[in-house]
Every structure is written in structure tokens, then in C-alpha cells.
Design a protein around this ligand. Structure first.
Ligand code: F6P
Length: 378
């Protein structure tokens, strides 16, 4: 048993030669996925393991779409955003929309057996599953069916339980920081308040760290419900002190005290069906209605997920990939690689299933933000 009480499956250490491992990237993409595919593939190629790239996450396993990965496929992709394998956030094999009925509603089926058929056809000895909590949970039926898996956490939201940080997050934070730098100059020119909506789902990490690094005046996160009047007070206090602009960074999942989160869409075919959005526009309207301040809103959206990973994410993805391949090599199975402090560790594969790593009520980043007079509207 490990520290979490889960059984760690172990196999005899790998000899070499005859093994074939499938690799897939599932859920929303993020910068660093190619870096991790490169690291896993290069490591395995050196020890003579064949690596099979499964296309579009678990969708490729459902539909039987996969291809061998060679050195040339993964050379020169370290700095490239997205994923060369493609991804899908609509492909949970246990709950897959196979068609739609006459009312346009999805018809659900458990297609795990179909996937297992493709695993057998591809002669896969195991899977490396790169994803967030939803994708990692999708690996469990394969583990139960005797297909060993190694998980690698990824998400810009930084909300995977068991690891201090996921790759993709630092790049998203950098995008937010750069955006604030740009927005500050135009906001200053026009004496405006700019409300910047960032991703993160129910976790406020991107808003917190992005806002802190951009010097935001107000940071609103899902973990701390806010009051619009407090945001307006802050803007007014800044005006009295001669400040020309105010930057408010708001997490897409933030909500006013006593109110709900703003849902942009519900996609029942996705393991993460709720899509948040619209909170920045709402706050800007409220500021306009209840003060004389001119407010605008900007939604950074998928800009935070695209493009080249920052150095930290390239290194973290490479370390995760290397650690995952080393675990497999040494016979460890059904674990997720993680970083705790600065140490590469591994935790139970289902550690993060159904859980989210949220910003705690007391956190040093919140103290640091308050110390530089940043408000949380709470
Ligand atoms: O989980 C990553 C993420 O980018 C969230 O921050 C965001 O809420 C969601 O995915 C957006 O999903 P989609 O790309 O399906 O709109």
C-alpha cells in the first residue's frame, strides 16, 4: 500500500524489446502536451518499446484510430503548442454519446468493450494517459479490465489533486500577465476600468497568480464570493488617489455573494459539461450602472490554452514524461506522476477523480496579494 491507502500494482522490471504502449492526450488541450509526448516517446524508443499514438484521446480508442510514433514524429515538437495526437473532451468510454434521438438528445452507451477490442488489436501492453481529472478517471475501467495505465496530469486550471502544479498552468498565467500589461496602458489612456475574464473552471489559480503577476487591482475567484459594491469602492478609492485605471481580473467561475456562477453552455457529451462564461461582461455592466466609471470587459478565453509553452512548462512536461516512462520501466503500474515540492513522485491514478484542487481559504498567495493592496471584493 502507498501513503494514500491504494494498492500499487507492480510488475517485474521491464527487460526490453517486445512491449507496445499506447499514449493519448484527453480533455482540453494545454501548452506542454507535445513536450510530454516527446519525452515519453524518446524514453521508450531508447529502451526498445514501441509507442503507439492514439488519436483524439479516448475517442481514438473508441474508433480504433492510432499510429506508431517514431523519432521523427516527436523531434522538434518541444516548443509547439497543442497536441500532435489531437484531443477530445467528449469521449468517456463508460458514457459515450453514440447517436442522437428524434429530440436531438444524446443516446448513451458504455463502449469500454469496443475500446478493449482496439487495445487488443493494437497489441497494447498498457496506456500512458495524459489528462485532467476527467480523462484520468476515464482510465479506471481499463485498469479494472487489466490494462495497466500510467497517468500524467495536465491542465491550465492547476486543479488536479495530488500534484502541486500541472504543466500548461504557467503558460496560461503568463498569457494573463501579458494581457494585463497591455490592458493597463489602454485603460490608463481612457480612465477606464477593464474587467478581464480568465479560465480555470471552479479553481481560481489562474486569476490569482495571473492577477498577482500583472499587478491587478482586484482579483475575483470562485473560492471567495464577491460583492460588486466592494469592487466599485475600490475603483473609487483608486480614483481619489489619482489612479487613472483599475484592472479587475475575474475567474470565469467566480460568483457574487448570494448569487450563482454564470453558465455559458451545458454540453452533456463532455465529462466536464458545464461551460462558464459571461461574468466579466456582467461585472462591467454593473459597474457602469452603479457608478460613473466607464468599464469594459475582455475575455481571454482559449488564448490561454494556445501557443508555445513557457520554459517552466516545457521542463515540467519533460520531467513528467521521463518519470512516467521510468515508472513503467521499473514495473510500477496504475499510478499518476506528480510533483510535490520539487520532487517527482507518484500517487494513486484515481487520486484526483471527482475532486478539484481549489485555492484554500488561507493561502500565502492571497496574503501576498493583499499586502500589495489587491482586493478580492469579499
Ligand atoms: O479545463 C480547461 C479549460 O480551459 C477551462 O479552464 C475552461 O473552463 C474549459 O476548459 C473550456 O472548455 P472548452 O474548450 O470545451 O470550451
Amino acid at each position: 500500500m502507498d501513503g494514500t491507502g491504494s494498492a500499487i500494482a507492480t510488475m517485474p522490471p521491464m527487460s526490453s524489446g517486445s512491449q507496445r504502449i499506447g499514449i493519448l492526450t484527453g480533455g482540453g488541450d494545454c501548452p506542454g502536451l507535445n513536450a510530454v509526448i516527446r519525452a515519453v516517446t524518446k524514453h521508450f524508443l531508447r529502451c526498445g518499446v514501441e509507442i503507439i499514438g492514439i488519436e483524439d484521446g479516448f475517442l481514438g480508442l473508441i474508433e480504433g484510430r492510432y499510429r506508431p510514433l517514431h523519432y521523427d514524429d516527436v523531434s522538434s515538437i518541444l516548443a509547439v503548442g497543442g497536441t500532435i495526437l489531437g484531443s477530445s473532451n467528449k469521449a468517456n468510454p463508460r458514457h459515450f454519446a453514440t447517436a442522437t434521438d428524434e429530440q436531438g438528445q444524446p443516446i448513451w452507451a458504455d463502449v469500454t468493450e469496443q475500446c478493449l477490442g482496439h487495445v487488443e488489436k493494437a497489441r497494447l501492453d498498457g496506456l500512458v494517459v495524459i489528462g485532467g481529472d476527467g480523462t484520468l478517471a476515464c482510465a479506471m475501467p481499463f485498469v479494472e479490465a487489466g490494462i495497466p495505465c500510467i497517468g500524467i496530469p495536465k491542465t491550465i486550471d492547476n486543479d488536479v489533486v495530488g500534484t502541486d502544479v500541472s504543466f500548461g498552468y504557467s503558460t496560461a498565467v503568463q498569457v494573463v500577465s501579458d494581457a494585463i500589461d497591455r490592458l493597463r496602458t489602454t485603460a490608463d489612456s481612457h480612465h477606464r476600468t477593464l474587467v478581464v475574464e480568465v479560465m480555470g473552471r471552479n479553481a481560481g489559480w489562474i486569476a490569482l497568480q495571473g492577477g498577482l503577476s500583472g499587478g491587478a487591482d482586484v482579483i475575483l475567484i470562485p473560492e471567495r464570493p464577491f460583492t460588486v459594491s466592494k469592487v466599485i469602492d475600490k475603483i473609487e478609492r483608486r480614483r481619489l488617489r489619482g489612479r487613472r485605471s483599475t484592472i479587475v481580473v475575474v475567474s470565469e467561475g467566480a460568483r457574487p455573494r448570494g448569487g450563482g456562477q454564470m453558465v455559458r453552455a451545458v454540453d452533456p457529451t463532455s465529462p466536464d459539461p458545464i461551460k462558464y462564461g459571461g461574468i466579466a461582461a456582467w461585472i462591467a455592466d454593473e459597474i457602469g450602472m452603479h457608478s460613473t466609471v466607464e468599464a469594459r470587459n475582455v475575455v481571454l478565453g482559449h488564448l490561454q490554452r494556445g501557443g508555445t509553452p513557457v520554459a517552466f512548462d516545457r521542463v515540467l512536461a519533460t520531467r513528467f514524461g521521463n518519470h512516467a516512462a521510468k515508472l513503467w520501466e521499473s514495473g510500477v503500474r496504475n499510478r499518476m506522476v506528480a510533483i510535490q515540492g520539487d520532487k517527482m513522485v507518484d500517487v494513486a491514478l484515481d487520486e484526483s477523480a471527482g475532486k478539484q484542487r481549489l485555492v484554500p481559504a488561507k493561502h500565502e498567495l492571497i496574503d501576498a496579494a493583499r499586502a500589495v493592496w489587491t482586493d478580492f471584493g469579499d
